[in-house]
Design a protein around this ligand. Structure first.
Ligand code: IMP
Length: 176
């Protein structure tokens, strides 16, 4: 498959993804039994993962899709990121952030710190994919679908320059 200048080949099939997502949902059901967590899927990348994940969640829960807005900070802080769009109060809530992929982990770490600062009872993350850097840095992701090396991937919500989100399989870029 070609998207713009890059060639991609299939890396994880739709069947394998759905099997793993169902396992993750069962794990969350067990761990959060007796609680009513609020899931915060991060748009746009997590829309397909979130949709399949929630089909397997049977405990009572709230779901509020959110976005990350980036804005330029001062020269010393560089790019700051904040979470926008959550309508429910997050105070004293058990929050589960739903991510498509954690690469350096910087985005996720910042969001988790912000949510803890808002007085959440607990903050955990679930990510379909995790890259090598996040693994080596021990970025705090409680639930991970698949571990990757450093390859760039598209499909199942993930994009390359806005394209490729619609594919149900995950593809990785072939090095040039
Ligand atoms: P981090 O802050 O470096 O962990 O960046 C995470 C974000 O970068 C993800 O939510 C994606 O939007 C994007 N990203 C990182 N790796 C990939 C990839 O291989 N394909 C598509 N998007 C990616």
């Amino acid at each position: 498959m070609k998207i713009k200048d890059l060639e991609f080949k299939k890396a994880i099939s739709s069947t394998k993804i759905l099997e793993r997502v169902s396992e993750l949902a069962q794990q969350v059901n067990v761990d959060y039994k007796g609680k009513t967590p609020i899931f915060l899927p991060i748009l746009n990348g997590s829309f397909m993962f979130a949709s399949d994940l929630f089909k397997g969640i049977t405990i009572p829960c709230r779901i509020s899709f959110v976005k990350i807005s980036s804005y330029s900070g001062t020269a010393s802080t560089g790019q700051l990121k904040s979470l926008i769009g959550h309508e429910e109060s997050l105070f004293n809530q058990d929050i589960i952030i739903v991510e498509d992929i954690v690469d350096s982990g910087l985005t996720l770490q910042k969001i988790m710190d912000d949510l803890k600062g808002l007085g959440a009872k607990s903050v955990e993350a679930i990510s379909l994919l995790r890259k090598k850097e996040a693994r080596e840095k021990n970025v705090d992701v409680k639930y991970v679908g698949f571990d990757l090396d450093t390859e760039f991937v598209v499909g199942y919500g993930l994009d390359y320059d806005g394209l490729g989100r619609n594919h149900t399989d995950i593809y990785k870029a072939v090095p040039k």
